[in-house]
Design a protein around this ligand. Structure first.
Ligand code: C2E
Ligand code: MG
Ligand code: MG
Ligand code: MG
Length: 290
């Protein structure tokens, strides 16, 4: 009887629900296995100072390679990892891997790591940062930690204290995806960020809405300067955007116009090429358009 009931039950699920459920279970298993065996990879996207187009560092971005050769993006991985409580473990791995990799780069280059608010809630972020720095021997000044306003939305005293202690260690604290929330401005008062990154949605609407976006971006850049924060603009895809940002006094730029995220091996190969083909006086090669 139980069996028959089970079979009837199964019929309540539409086939779409079934597929979605199976996909979700399969993803969960992939993420669990990857967390157990450290099968994730980090890709690195270059960040340039806009004046002189000097390479200043890279942002580490999480991916999960699959058997069919595709990469599962962080937008899929992170929410599930948070739900199944693996984000602390994965986040700690990201920190270790990013610091270890950055240690092999020229010593003036920084590495930026994205953090999830769960890592603050659980208290795991401080020991994970300390371990990554100790293990790699990376100078803390070369590590940037990117947080989003979601963290400050329901922040506690403990969150701000943690950020302050990390900053005291020499690590830079970055407000990522700036401008996407409701009351973004108020977050700048709460903590002395070293840098703000203007969300790439501003560059996306740049072509369409022209002057309005230009005014907002210019204003954020001016505000950042006023508050002693460097300003990076994300999602820069065109030469027109670069020209505008140059005039608007942005500090740093990041986006497909300058380079997509690539594997650590490709970063290393590009750096070796660079050292072979250019003397220290020659400027870096012009960024390659996709
Ligand atoms: P984010 O930190 O804002 O990272 C920038 C995202 O924009 C990356 O997507 C990058 O590939 C993409 N991007 C960069 N330049 C351009 C451009 O010119 N045009 C367009 N259309 N896109 C561009 P990605 O790698 O898919 O990462 C998405 C988000 O996932 C990140 O946004 C970050 O919030 C999160 N994330 C990535 N890695 C980690 C991680 O290790 N831990 C946590 N907690 N979150 C991560
Ligand atoms: Mg980021
Ligand atoms: Mg961002
Ligand atoms: Mg973003």
């Amino acid at each position: 009887a139980a069996k028959a009931a089970g079979r009837n039950c199964a019929r309540f699920f539409t086939s779409e629900m079934d597929v979605a459920l199976q996909e979700r279970m399969a993803l969960e298993k992939l993420i669990r296995d990857a967390a157990t065996h450290n099968d994730f990879v980090l890709h690195y996207q270059p960040v340039f100072e806009i004046v002189g187009r000097r390479l200043v560092g890279f942002e580490a971005l999480l991916r999960l390679p699959t058997a069919d050769g595709t990469l599962i993006p962080p937008a899929t991985i992170i929410p599930i990892a948070e739900e199944i409580r693996l984000i602390d473990k994965i986040g700690a791995w990201v920190l270790r891997e990013a610091c270890r990799t950055a240690k092999s780069w020229p010593s003036d280059l920084t590495v930026a790591v994205n953090l999830s608010s769960s890592q603050f809630e659980s208290g795991s972020v401080e020991p994970a940062v300390a371990e990554a720095l100790n293990e790699s021997g990376l100078d803390p000044h070369r590590l940037e930690l990117e947080i989003t306003e979601g963290l400050l939305l329901n922040h506690t005293h403990a969150t701000l204290e943690t950020l302050r202690r990390l900053k005291d260690k020499g690590v830079s604290i970055v407000m990522d995806d700036f401008g996407t929330g409701y009351s973004s401005l108020s977050y700048l008062w709460k903590f002395p960020f070293d840098k703000i990154k203007i969300d790439r949605s501003f560059m996306e609407s740049f072509a369409q809405s022209g002057h309005n976006v230009e005014t907002v971006v210019k204003t954020i850049i001016a505000l950042g300067r006023e508050m002693n924060m460097r300003v990076t603009v994300e999602g820069v895809e065109t030469a027109e955007q670069v020209d505008f940002l140059y005039d608007a006094n942005a500090d740093q730029v990041q986006g497909y116009f300058f380079g997509k995220p690539v594997s650590a091996a490709r970063v290393e190969a590009a750096m070796l090429d660079d050292r072979r083909s250019t003397s220290p006086e020659t400027p870096l090669p012009e960024p390659v358009t996709k």
